[in-house]
Design a protein around this ligand. Structure first.
Ligand SMILES: [Fe+2]
Length: 470
């Protein structure tokens, strides 16, 4: 209509909400972080202040990473949306989805709410949702780290170039001449394309770790030299399975496959080093049934892990194993005899206590002198490879300690540096061999997973040890 003046349309409710969120997003993010910090104050973690600070640091990186990825996704999808309202709706939907994901799955909240590991939730759709969540969580965190490293590298390269140019030009020309170093568009494009390629890699790797490496079992063969080994035990073979963690991502079929691999190694003795379930106590009977097929001439022995303690199923699972002829050693020893010679096998429950002093007292109660047999080789089964437990084992003169618990970090870059894995943030001994005052410790990576159902650089492991006198 000719001559009519255009009148600005009042903003809709969703547009107003969007603008408010955008205007105050820093306050919202800060609020989330403070809420999390308050949660730690009210429910301090058993690992103490260091673990709380570590979790908070990871949360801050998680939030920063998610904001980064939300912006990237909106940029990419937004190119196909022409209207401003289309972008507005997309942003609101993306933020709501992320808030849901945060509330649903951020580590700590999920285990506090205890809402994903119950048998009733093992519906295919729930398992797929969990898998997708963890794929995104691990992929986006790793990718964000890479983007930060890539960005820092680019920044450092530009700073060095700028400094070099300044020095060169200062020495060649009078100081009064201003030199400008305009950024090259083709270089920027090249860097952006590389950044996209680099940041896509962790998502592919996380998918590989979820779908393949998580159950790509490695048989690790180790020769152990023990100075006081009786002659008859030279060449004696012990297979170790650890951290089974039956749950939505570790099924009976997979465990039975591991049992078949272990039996195929024809060991003389089989040992289990704890953590039979993920979280659901009702799976103890099923996991014992899956492990009941283990066979070795000198028997199958084991110890209990923290997941048995946390689910209060220690007595129950020990009696289930006993029904199947598997001996769980609870502050007990089981001398293994070949003809007239003996090797002493011992097992302890996971030490516990609200404070470090309490845990130490509990450890001394469980791992006492009476377990050790002087004059022969002493082998200890203990789930957690903590410094305290290994120190105490070495102090008692134990020759070999077999442990698990760390899963080798599940995410590791051991090829770059030994111990370069996530569990190293909390534990000194995380996978493979360690020594202390003549005592040897082996930390097995386990066959199951907890937390994220992904393994990258830390394949599930079945170990077979060959004892040797020389
Ligand atoms: Fe454990």
């Amino acid at each position: 209509m000719a001559g009519s003046a255009s009148v600005a349309k009042p903003a809709s409710g969703s547009a107003r909400a969007y603008r408010r969120v955008i205007a105050h997003w820093r306050v919202i993010v800060l609020g989330l972080i403070l809420a999390r910090a308050a949660f730690y104050v009210i429910h301090p973690d058993e690992f103490g202040l260091f673990f709380d600070l570590l979790s908070l640091g990871l949360l801050v990186i998680f939030i920063a990473g998610q904001i980064f990825w939300i912006k990237r996704i909106i940029d990419v999808v937004g190119r196909f949306l022409t209207s401003h309202m289309g972008r507005t709706r997309l942003t609101v939907v993306a933020v709501l989805i992320y808030l849901f994901v945060y509330a649903y799955g951020y580590p700590g909240i999920q285990s506090t709410n205890d809402h994903i590991f119950r048998t009733g939730y093992y519906r295919p759709l729930t398992v797929v949702t969990e898998a997708l969540f963890w794929w995104w969580f691990v992929g986006s965190m790793l990718a964000f780290f890479l983007v930060l490293v890539f960005g820092a590298g680019d920044y450092a390269a530009r700073a060095i170039t700028w400094t070099y140019t300044k020095i060169r030009d200062t020495t060649r020309q009078p100081a009064s001449v201003e030199i400008s170093t305009p950024a090259s568009p083709s270089r920027r494009r090249f860097l952006q394309q590389n950044a996209i390629l680099v940041s896509a890699t962790p998502f592919v790797a996380a998918g590989y770790g979820l779908l393949y490496e998580r159950q790509d079992v490695e048989v690790v063969r180790q020769r152990v030299r023990l100075a006081h080994l009786p002659k008859g035990f030279d060449g004696f073979r012990i297979a170790q399975l650890s951290d089974i963690h039956m749950g939505p991502f570790t099924t009976a079929d997979y465990i039975q496959r591991c049992v078949a691999i272990t039996n195929g190694l024809k060991p003389d003795l089989i040992v289990l080093t704890g953590d039979y379930i993920a979280w659901d106590p009702s799976l103890e009977r099923e996991v014992v049934r899956a492990l009941a097929g283990l066979r070795a001439p000198q028997g199958v022995f084991g110890c209990l892990g923290n997941h048995e303690e946390e689910s209060s199923t220690e007595d129950y699972v020990a009696s289930l194993f006993a029904e199947q002829g598997i001996h769980i050693l609870r502050q007990q020893r089981a001398p293994i005899q070949l003809a007239s010679e003996t090797v002493n096998l011992m097992g302890i429950d996971d030490p516990r206590g609200e404070t470090e002093a309490e845990a130490m007292r509990d450890l001394y109660r469980r791992l006492h002198k009476g377990l050790v047999m002087p004059g022969t080789v002493n082998i200890l089964l203990a789930h957690e490879p903590s410094v305290f437990v290994f120190d105490r084992a070495a102090e008692l003169g134990i020759d070999l300690m077999l442990a698990g618990h760390t899963h080798g970090g599940q995410l590791a870059l051991e090829a770059v540096h030994r111990g370069f894995n996530i569990s190293h943030l909390l534990y000194r001994y995380t996978s493979g061999w360690y020594e202390n005052r003549g005592a040897k410790l082996y930390v097995n990576r386990g066959i199951g997973t907890t937390g994220f159902p992904i393994r990258l650089g830390a394949r599930p492991e079945i170990t077979v040890f060959e004892l040797s006198r020389a």
